[in-house]
Design a binder for this molecule. Structure first.
Ligand code: PSV
Ligand code: MN
Length: 390
């Protein structure tokens, strides 16, 4: 690809969208303590109102992912209408097979066909939610795995998983996608049934073209070259989505770009190289984060800005100079082309892009000035605050 013009860079940035997770607006924590925060939403309607705040100030967050059953409501048509009224739409529907006693030894992989059927049924219910809300993406992350060698047969579990996934896949409407997430460990520690992108990809390829891989940046061993995985999945057209977040140690779910902004830049560089930033590229840029101690709406705004900054830097890479250096074996010149872009302060450029859309240049300042946090802290009194897992 060749170096992008200033106008192309600006229009690519203006068109980029990032999907927000409903659960990022509720309280969350660790197994030690879940802290509460004033003004936290008490139901999916209030979560969507908060999502809309992020979209209002960034102009870049027009979709929200839901988690079922955390976001169960009586009337999903009505929830979708509420979202539209707030200027957002319903994005991926996340299934949940990690909080039910029946799934102690597995869900889609369980040895007992009745438990497998129950887990498949849950996914069919999620597809019904998709039909009611206009969602096109069914996102599956499985907790399934084992803790001890010999506990279950590794290969049989893969066979059962393939069968269960095929049942779910056959229920999708033609415009729907199945997004299959992987994670190398947790909640089980000896085997995980979908531990890596290769396993996810194999299942997706067996299912068909509507199945693609989800890459959660927090789900890799330390030192994993994530941008290599991104390049590889893009090559075969199977990168369906990101779950963006940051990790220092395990699945920390911190704000994307907080722990390692350079890694995020390297990931976005592969996206730009593959021309996968286009809104119709099939890659859904989602956040999967939990905010334990920080203010939740502001943390989502910051996360959107972090993705935008990494994207802007990737768009600014002088592709002509980089290509020339690569072709001529100029190792240091090639590296410098990337580093020059990474070291550019893109905040003024992004402020201009926002202003060109009629927004404030600084979304965090705009949100703080709006008084929304104080307003909801006053209004949202009583009831039960939403929380991770409820
Ligand atoms: C699992 O760790 C995961 O990344 C999956 O995407 C879940 O649905 C999500 O976290 C819940 O926060
Ligand atoms: Mn995830």
């Amino acid at each position: 690809m060749s170096t992008q013009s200033d106008a192309d860079v600006r229009s690519a940035l203006a068109a980029q969208t990032i999907e927000l997770p409903s659960w990022a607006f509720g309280n969350s924590g660790t197994r030690f303590k879940v802290f509460s925060t004033e003004g936290v939403p008490r139901d999916p309607y209030e979560k969507i109102a908060d999502v809309a705040q992020v979209n209002n100030v960034t102009g870049a967050a027009p979709r929200v992912s839901l988690h079922i059953p955390w976001d169960l409501v009586d009337d999903f048509d009505d929830l979708a209408r509420h979202a539209r009224e707030h200027g957002v739409t319903i994005g991926a529907i996340n299934s949940n097979v990690f909080q039910d006693e029946d799934y102690k030894l597995g869900s889609l992989t369980h040895a007992d066909p009745k438990i497998r059927a129950k887990a498949v049924r849950h996914h069919l219910d999620c597809i019904d939610v998709m039909r009611a809300t206009g969602s096109t993406d069914l996102k599956i992350w499985l907790p399934d795995g084992t803790n001890y060698p010999g506990q279950d047969d590794i290969r049989s579990r893969q066979d059962r998983l393939a069968e269960s996934l095929a049942e779910i896949y056959s229920a999708l409407d033609p415009h729907m996608r199945l997004l299959l997430e992987y994670k190398f460990f947790e909640p089980y520690f000896y085997t995980t049934d979908i531990p890596d992108w290769g396993t996810s990809l194999l299942h997706c390829m067996a299912l068909g073209n509507q199945a693609t891989v989800v890459l959660d940046t927090g789900h890799h061993a330390p030192g994993t070259n994530i941008e290599f995985i991104v390049a590889q999945l893009l090559r075969v057209g199977r990168l369906g989505a990101f779950d963006f977040n940051s990790r220092f140690y395990a699945d920390d779910d911190l704000m994307v770009g907080a722990a390692d902004p350079f890694q995020l830049f390297r990931i976005m560089n592969e996206i730009v190289v593959a021309d996968a930033l286009r809104p119709d590229s099939g890659v859904n840029f989602m956040l999967d984060q939990c905010h334990n101690i920080e203010a939740k709406v502001q943390a989502q705004i910051r996360s959107v800005m972090n993705v935008q900054e990494a994207t802007a830097k990737a768009l600014l890479v002088d592709r002509d100079a980089l290509g020339e250096a690569q072709r001529s074996g100029d190792v240091l010149g090639a590296n410098a082309a990337l580093m020059d872009a990474y070291n550019t302060d893109v905040r003024p450029l992004l402020a201009e892009v926002r202003e060109s859309k009629g927004l404030a240049g600084d979304p965090i300042a705009a949100f703080r000035a709006s008084g929304y946090s104080e307003k909801v802290a006053d209004e949202r009194v009583g009831g039960t605050q939403a929380s991770w897992g409820a």
